[in-house]
Design a protein around this ligand. Structure first.
Ligand code: UD1
Length: 309
């Protein structure tokens, strides 16, 4: 009988990682999840997934798990810009040293079969881009410690490919939404915050005019992109924008959510958040052509999946 491939997902108990785990189980993988549960939750894990509690920066633990894996999906991070400024060194370890730890484990493994590595990066590496839609060739201009760590992680991945011949891909995620996204933290995505407030009959807070726009992509499509980016991982290390190529304003978003919930919304306005960018729209043509996949879930369908759960 053919042996199943094994995938290690760091941060696999989190919002995006847990959807990727489900996708990989469905594709016949053995799935190992390494997560310290700082933001991930055990309830996100489907049965059949092997869970290991720990930090990606724990070299001994990471080496043991990397030794078992054919492919490593690196999603663990402290995904908060504010935290990256308040706890600079701690977030740096979680968001950048973790990447080097895993790549170093790959170079040290005794395993004979070659491994692949997929990095979850962020559109925040672009900062305030000069051109819109943003293509992957846009100059990187991180504006936060979080974005700087993601950009540096990307460079380390390229080194992993160039010097050590590791098969890699890098995904720059735009605004991901969907079921299991945390609503409790002030750094949660706007969609999960709005959905939870509307369902609790609370007023929405809009920062600024609400005319700012974002390119929102459904988490199921993001999981599909991770799976395909691994299939295409090679020593040329391609980078992909993971987005829809369409954007909507925060005002429009609030109206669509209100329509779905069949309710009227109350809105209060607050000042623009520090460091908020006005518009974000990605060019996803490279992902569509190289990974042979375009986002399948439109905004209304994705929001319905998000709001009923
Ligand atoms: C997102 C990422 C962030 C990344 C950044 C740049 C998420 C959760 N965050 O931030 O990690 O660094 O892209 O690529 O995906 N808003 C409101 N009211 C609210 C909440 C938010 O008006 O209650 C507004 C924000 O001010 C912002 C927009 O909605 O203008 C989107 O906010 P958010 O979902 O936090 O995402 P980004 O700021 O785009």
């Amino acid at each position: 009988m053919k042996q199943k491939p094994t995938a290690l997902i760091t941060g696999g108990a989190g919002f995006i990682g847990s959807h990727l785990g489900d996708k990989l189980l469905g594709e016949g993988f053995e799935v190992l999840v390494l997560d310290n549960l700082s933001s991930g939750k055990l309830v996100n894990l489907s049965s059949g997934i092997e869970f290991i509690q720990g930090c990606t920066t724990d070299k001994n633990m990471a080496q043991k798990l990397v030794d078992k894996a054919d492919t490593i999906f690196h999603l663990s991070a402290i995904a908060s810009v504010q935290a990256s400024h308040e706890n600079w060194l701690e977030t740096h370890r979680a968001n950048q040293s973790s990447t080097v730890t895993l790549l170093d484990c790959i170079t040290n493994t005794k395993r004979s079969r070659p491994q692949s590595f997929v990095l979850s990066s962020s559109a925040s590496v672009y900062g305030n881009p000069k051109t819109m839609p943003i293509s992957e060739s846009e100059i990187l201009s991180p504006l936060s410690a979080y974005a700087a760590d993601k950009a540096a992680s990307e460079y380390h991945v390229k080194i992993g490919s160039r010097i050590h011949n590791i098969r890699t891909s890098v995904l720059r995620l735009f605004n991901v939404y969907g079921p299991r996204q945390d609503t409790a933290s002030p750094y949660s995505g706007v969609i999960s915050i709005f959905a939870s407030k509307i369902m609790n009959g609370e007023a929405l807070t809009i920062h600024g005019t609400g005319d700012q726009t974002r390119d929102f992509i459904y988490v199921g499509d993001v999981a599909e992109y991770f799976y395909r980016a691994n299939q295409k991982a090679d020593a040329n290390s391609q980078t992909y924008n993971i987005c829809t190529g369409k954007s909507i304003s925060i005002n429009e978003l609030s109206h669509i959510i209100a329509d779905i919930c069949e309710t009227k919304i109350d809105v209060t306005h607050e000042p623009v958040r520090d460091g908020d960018i006005l518009h974000s729209l990605g060019d996803n043509s490279r992902a569509i052509s190289n990974l042979n996949y375009g986002p399948q879930t439109d905004m209304k369908t994705g929001l319905r999946h998000t709001i009923v759960t």
